[in-house]
Design a protein around this ligand. Structure first.
Ligand SMILES: *Cc1c(COP(=O)(O)O)cnc(C)c1O
Length: 479
């Protein structure tokens, strides 16, 4: 018997222009529990079936071509259809598809990728990053961070330092520790989270949290000092670490004022607590640098990465371990009783290496920093003229805009009206993937996007904003 018939009906595996969408949707709804999805909605409307992709575009099973303004899920940094990444995976699969890194064994791609990452991670002040711990995702990496930070303090004889401070509306993944570190109230509400000894401060969101007349600079300092207040409230001797995304991604592309990070650095230094930068989105060129801590002059002790390290082609994550932690953990630590079957997976690491080489050769971080990023910034700035747009800002290749009812008074729409979702619907229908976080519309395009493609995307964004404006006018929602 031909075994391929046992795997799947050919109609489901073939890349055809028109596929049997309804049959796939019915099977999907019958068997596949999706992440972060309301299955009542899914059953009635059916999932959009994405069949193939190339460059900055994806295609669905109805043959629609869609410009992917979100790089999949913030991860396809190099764009789709990169043959050399597929070749790297194939070659490694044929050479050594798997071996573990436990028990004093290693494999060549993992060693090479760790060395490559250490070479790409810039030294800041007295911090250097010569060591890497591998996992398969951002969530797992943040679980590793919790264990590593607490282990570090144990080894220093300060095991009372357990508390990790994070921020409301942060996203750090969906495992028990990841979701606890994250500041999403909807996630905390399901499953008794956060786990003990994790607490949150407010995010530095100027548009929403600044006082009337307060400058961005003043707000940035005030927001950073919420960390100091929290440390003093808990007792500095009990605080292990502060974790934050340099720019909050899933929370809606929250870009902190310039004064924020230097003041955070002063505070963590003053109280001696570890600083963890979650760069799962921000690293690998997303903000125009290999690592975002360089852009902001932050001196982290641990740096979480995932997503863009393989451009999402295969799961891989990890933690860059700075010398402060490495010297204790590795030099005096003995065995760290922690690891994953797939830590340093040879195929994932081979793809990671090929991806970083590709990004280096095409200078994708540099292009975002000096060419396409600044161009995107001017285009977003120009959106502020639009009657619906209360604010619009970018940082490298992430961008966000706020849909408002009344620009002059910064008045938001009633959240029940879900104006962001109206806009997102127009985006889908017009062949653009743009995400809605409440009434913030956000993008994070592939870093391979050209200036001409930015123009194409901006044209679609304007068209969708106009269509949304027409809808909210019709519904009498404007001020
Ligand atoms: C996506 C994300 C994670 C979680 O990564 P997974 O690979 O989904 O586990 C963690 N932190 C940040 C900042 C992220 O954007």
């Amino acid at each position: 018997m031909n075994t391929s018939t046992l795997i799947a009906p050919p109609a489901l595996v073939q890349r055809a222009e028109k596929q049997d969408t309804q049959a796939i949707q019915a099977l999907d709804s019958a068997h596949f529990i999706h992440p972060f999805t309301d299955h009542g909605d899914l059953a009635t409307r059916g999932a959009r079936v994405i069949t193939h992709a190339d460059g900055i575009y994806v295609w669905d099973s109805e043959g629609n071509k869609i410009l992917d303004g979100m790089s999949g899920l913030w991860c396809v940094n190099a764009g789709y259809g990169r043959k050399e990444l597929a070749d790297a995976a194939y070659q490694q699969l044929m050479t050594l598809p798997f071996y573990n890194s436990f028990f004093q064994t290693t494999n060549v791609p993992a060693v090479q990728l760790a060395a490559k990452l250490a070479a790409l991670a810039p030294k800041v002040g007295d911090r250097s990053f010569n060591h890497v711990f591998f996992s398969s995702s951002g969530s797992e990496s943040n679980d590793t961070n919790v264990r590593m930070a607490r282990r570090y303090w144990d080894l220093l004889g300060q095991s009372q330092r357990k508390v990790i401070i994070s921020r409301h509306n942060a996203y750090h993944g969906s495992t028990m520790a990841g979701a606890s570190l994250g500041g999403m109230s909807g996630m905390h509400a399901q499953g008794d989270l956060p786990i003990p000894n994790i607490t949150h401060i407010d995010q530095p969101y100027y548009f929403e949290n600044a006082r009337g007349g307060e400058s961005k600079a003043d707000f940035g300092l005030r927001a950073a000092r919420w960390l100091e207040e929290k440390i003093l409230e808990i007792g500095p001797e009990k605080v292990a670490a502060f974790i934050a995304e340099p720019v909050q991604g899933a929370g809606g592309v929250i870009i902190p004022p310039e004064t924020y990070w230097p003041e955070i650095q002063r505070i963590v230094d003053q109280y001696g607590i570890l600083l963890i930068c979650d760069e799962v989105i921000c690293a690998f060129g997303r903000l125009g640098h290999w690592f975002a801590y360089e852009k902001f002059g932050i001196k982290p002790d641990l740096v979480t990465f995932a997503k863009g390290v393989t451009s999402g082609y295969i799961p891989l994550g990890g933690v860059m371990v700075g010398n402060r932690v490495a010297e204790v953990l590795i030099d005096k630590g003995g065995e760290f009783n922690h690891g994953y079957t797939y830590s340093g997976h040879p195929v994932a690491c081979a793809v990671g290496l090929a991806n970083l080489n590709l990004m280096e050769r095409e200078n994708l971080p540099g292009r975002v920093r000096t060419e396409t990023g600044p161009y995107l910034a001017t285009q977003f700035e120009a959106l502020k003229d639009h009657p619906l747009v209360g604010d619009a800002e970018t940082c490298g290749f992430v961008a966000g805009l706020v849909l408002v009812k009344d620009k002059a008074n910064k008045q938001m729409f009633d959240p029940d009206r879900a104006v962001g979702m109206i806009c997102r619907g127009h985006c889908f229908r017009n062949g653009l993937i743009m995400r809605a976080v409440g009434d913030r519309m956000i993008i994070a395009p592939p870093l391979s996007m050209t200036v001409a493609q930015i123009d194409e995307m901006m044209g679609l964004i304007r068209r969708c904003l106009d269509a949304t404006l027409a809808d909210v006018r019709d519904q009498g929602l404007l001020a």
